[in-house]
Design a protein around this ligand. Sequence first.
Ligand SMILES: Nc1ncnc2c1ncn2[C@@H]1O[C@H](COP(=O)(O)OP(=O)(O)O)[C@@H](O)[C@H]1O
Ligand SMILES: [Mg+2]
Length: 267
Amino acid sequence: MSEDLLIDVQQVTLRFGGVVSLRDVSLAMRRGEILAVIGPNGAGKTSLFNSITGVYQPQEGSITFASSKAPPLSVIGKKTHRIAQAGVSRTFQASRLFSALTVFENVKIGAEDHRGIGVAGALVKGPRTRRGEHTSDKVAASMLRFVGLLDESNTVASQLSYGARRRLEIARALATDPEVILLDEPAAGTNPSEKLELTTLIRRVRDERDVSVLLIEHDMKLVMALAERIYVLNFGSMIAEGTPEEIRANPAVIDAYLGSSTEETSA
Ligand SMILES: Nc1ncnc2c1ncn2[C@@H]1O[C@H](COP(=O)(O)OP(=O)(O)O)[C@@H](O)[C@H]1O
Ligand SMILES: [Mg+2]
């Protein structure tokens, strides 16, 4: 793998019975970039994220994560926890916040889970967990400050606005100290001003925290404003790769996706 590659997906095929979710898909993400994956609903975008994070096990191909701290990790067949530990973090298309817990607790669980304490341990606070508590508190506070939610630390997550929930999810993903963060439709369901806030936040994740960003998003304004390169999935196949300008002008992409969705403002 060449020096600057962070995630190398090569010829991955993923099947569920007769359904082919990913067909011979390749993607090369460079260290430090903001990269977007776009495409119509059902194209395989989330399946690709699930394959990179170990949730799904593709039948063919290879996925390599090149950590800056360890030898390259061959992802397929590894457990999700092992891949997360290596430095790959994510948010989910559908929120997975603990809605009855506070903002602070949600991020702290992310930090403690990563340190091997586990979600149950983090909640029960046994003797073993107390040692790590101070560190987790500091990490949680620092991430909440970063996403602008420190003042909401004691708010129950279910009471947050939609945009704030999405920022909280990013804070929780960052609490695992990742090298790359995979964001699955981070702006879905948010209003235009929340989308602008998220655009700024995602850029700051890369610029200020030095975390590479792989992004799935339907909002083309956000994608075109953030992404340095874009990959396009359609019916499980990668049909294009290029700069935002190249993608915008690509007839196959316009035909498959952009033609009907450039005016779209929400997923
Ligand atoms: N766990 C699964 N079992 C069966 N089919 C799945 C599963 N996950 C995804 N698929 C199928 O894979 C295809 C791509 O889905 P998905 O990756 O969610 O697309 P996208 O995120 O681009 O909307 C769809 O046809 C979907 O039904
Ligand atoms: Mg999806």
